[in-house]
Design a protein around this ligand. Structure first.
Ligand code: PEP
Ligand code: MG
Length: 611
């Protein structure tokens, strides 16, 4: 891919020429967030489903009871339908991802939603359609108005439910999604989890949306189903028209409308090479991650749901380096019980079958929230009461998880990891709770691993700078670059307006990693990296060069990473790391890495520009 041509037509402003039949279609590249990888080429179907704008109609008193009954019937019919979608989703995507629909069922049974709708019908004498859409739209607006991407992720769940209720109340036409025919790429304002889960995969190749963030439920489902997807594109609905040719690049987060023939040909070449490269990677599944000079680099997988362990192993991962347990809270209709936790961890232990398994205690808050937290929005969510801080302030919840985790440790080896540790006191408090829970379990005669390893994430500069002190009290370190970068550079990791400043290549970040790695080596403290950047082949070179020998990455990143590791020597990585550390800016480091990494496994990059 030649950067110059792509940049030449890169614009995200409205261009009326795209819809004028007499002018040749103008290529246009729109950038968004890559949430599910893969590249597809097809034709556009624009979908702008919204809660139907229903006009307010006043009904006579005599019809109030009928309208109430109509509403109750629609709720019952919707609930029945959701149960079916839930079962289908559980079959296609695994039990945990399908839990999202249990959340929808929960909303349908929630008096705080149903009572105001019924009250409106009774007091204001309006139709059930109007009352339902009015109450749901207000709720969606309240979430949107917070301006917080966290709340915004709930909006599409509400709209999903609203559309479903309307279908049963007024027989609303089904979404335009049903108009999809072969090779359709959906471009939508937003998509709901049920819409995404029920895509006809023989017709719909991928999707992009104007709204949405990396952690939205729709993004989770796209990843679970491996549908290429880009979200947060902002301008798609202004510029896209039905039938346009489109390339959806879920690897880089780009939507190319009206690509010219040369660009299509280039992308087709690239996807063919990508497919061949992927096939060649399959041969590596059972081979170890070893550098050309014989040094082992362990590749583990990051998971959000227990069933993903299978994918990690299929892709050749040696185990799980990070299980983000907060997804138990994000996909369920209610707070998970101790038994919910236990069942999830037991499943992981079984699937890992003796391989490494690191379970991180819940990392809620900031971009990952609970129902309870929603009511108290944070001014600066990433600097607020999140993660281990939240757990230490909500100890019954924390201990419920610790009990389940410890009980599961009797079934197979588990390592426990605490997120966002920023002071030594937090680490000590977290371990204190573990010891107390151990005492309770022992008193109750329940089995657990009393020597369970307790480690911490290094994702706050204070922890990195104080690594020496932490090394004396922790069993292992795992560097979380996703957060370490945002806190070191003061760049919100989910704010697209400052995304250009967010880079792990910044020399300040490299120095922190170098220092933590040196400290870990001195103390013989095992250390890994589980941030997204560990799966970036260019950055992995630096990590290996700085002494890291365990990388934990998303399952689809495992095969190319393994290939890369098997193509470089530690010496080469060390040289690159030394050169990088002598540079003054992230841009310089990025340029250096771009040149060096590509010389080792050119086919992993396939000549694509590194934007
Ligand atoms: C990190 O911060 O790098 C990390 C792995 O944790 P999360 O992405 O879940 O915040
Ligand atoms: Mg983190």
């Amino acid at each position: 891919m030649k950067t110059s041509r792509r940049e030449a037509f890169a614009t995200s402003h409205y261009n009326p020429a795209v819809s004028t039949p007499t002018t040749p279609p103008t290529p246009q590249t729109i950038k968004g967030l890559p949430v599910s990888s893969g590249i597809v080429i097809g034709k556009v179907l624009v979908v702008d489903d919204d809660l139907r704008r229903v006009t307010r109609r006043v009904i006579p008193e005599s019809r109030v009871a009928t309208e109430r009954e109509r509403f109750e019937a629609a709720v019952a019919a919707s609930a029945g339908e959701i149960k079916v979608v839930h079962e289908q989703a559980a079959r296609d995507m695994g039990k945990e991802a399908a839990e999202i629909f249990r959340f929808h069922l929960g909303m349908l049974a929630d008096p705080s939603l149903l009572v105001p709708i019924k009250a409106m019908i009774e007091k204001e004498h309006v139709t059930a359609d109007y009352a339902a859409t009015h109450v749901l739209a207000n709720l969606a607006d309240r979430f949107r108005a917070t301006g917080n991407s966290v709340f915004a992720t709930k909006v599409n769940d509400i709209e999903d439910l609203g559309n479903r209720l309307m279908k049963h109340l007024v027989g609303a036409p089904s979404s335009r999604i049903s108009e999809a025919d072969e090779e359709t790429i959906i471009l939508a304002r937003d998509l709901t989890p049920s819409q995404t889960a029920s895509f006809d995969r023989s017709k719909i190749l991928g999707f992009a949306t104007d709204l949405g963030g990396m952690t939205s439920h729709t993004a989770i489902i796209a990843k679970a189903l491996e549908i290429p997807a880009v979200v947060g594109c902002k301008v798609l609905l202004r510029v896209a028209r039905d039938g346009m040719r489109v390339i959806l690049d879920g690897d880089k987060g780009a939507v190319i409308l009206n690509p010219d023939d040369a660009t299509i040909a280039e992308y087709r070449r690239y996807t063919e090479q990508r497919a061949l490269f992927r096939v060649s990677l399959a041969e590596l599944v059972d081979l170890p991650g070893v550098t050309t000079d014989g040094e082992a680099v362990h590749i583990l997988g990051n998971i959000e749901l227990p069933d993903e362990v299978a994918k990690v192993l299929q892709h050749g991962g040696e185990g799980v380096g990070l299980y983000r347990t907060e997804y138990l809270y994000l996909t369920g209709p209610r707070e998970p019980t101790e038994e919910d936790h236990y069942a999830a961890y037991k499943r992981c232990v079984e699937l890992c079958a003796g391989r490494e398994l690191t379970i991180r205690t819940v990392d809620l808050g900031a971009d990952k929230y609970t129902q309870a937290q929603e009511e108290i929005p944070e001014r600066n969510p990433f600097l607020g009461n999140r993660s281990i801080r939240y757990c230490l302030q909500h100890t019954p919840m924390f201990r419920r998880q610790l009990r389940a985790l410890l009980r599961a440790s009797a079934l197979g080896t588990i390592k426990m990891m605490f997120p966002l540790i920023s002071t030594i006191t937090e680490l000590r408090q977290a371990k204190f709770h573990v010891r107390e829970v151990m005492e309770d379990l022992a008193e109750e005669g329940l089995a657990f691993d009393k020597d369970i390893k307790m480690g911490m994430m290094v994702e706050v500069p204070s922890a990195a700078i104080q690594a020496e002190a932490f090394a004396r009290e922790t069993d292992f370190f795992s560097i979380g670059t996703n957060d370490l970068v945002q806190y070191t550079l003061a760049v919100d990791r989910i704010n697209e307006r400052v995304a250009h400043l967010y880079t792990p290549m910044h020399p300040a970040v490299l120095r922190l990693i170098r220092d933590v790695s040196r400290t870990a080596r001195r103390h013989k403290t095992p250390i890994s990296c589980c941030g997204e950047s560990a799966g970036d082949l260019e950055f992995a070179m630096i990590l290996i060069g700085l002494g890291l020998r365990t990388l934990s990455v998303s399952s689809s990143s495992i095969p190319p990473l393994k290939r890369f590791i098997r193509s470089v020597s530690v010496q080469q990585c060390e040289r690159v790391a030394r050169q990088a550390l002598a540079l003054d800016s992230g841009d310089q480091v990025a340029r250096l890495l771009r040149d060096r990494a590509r010389t080792f496994v050119p086919e992993a990059f396939d000549g694509r520009s590194a934007e």
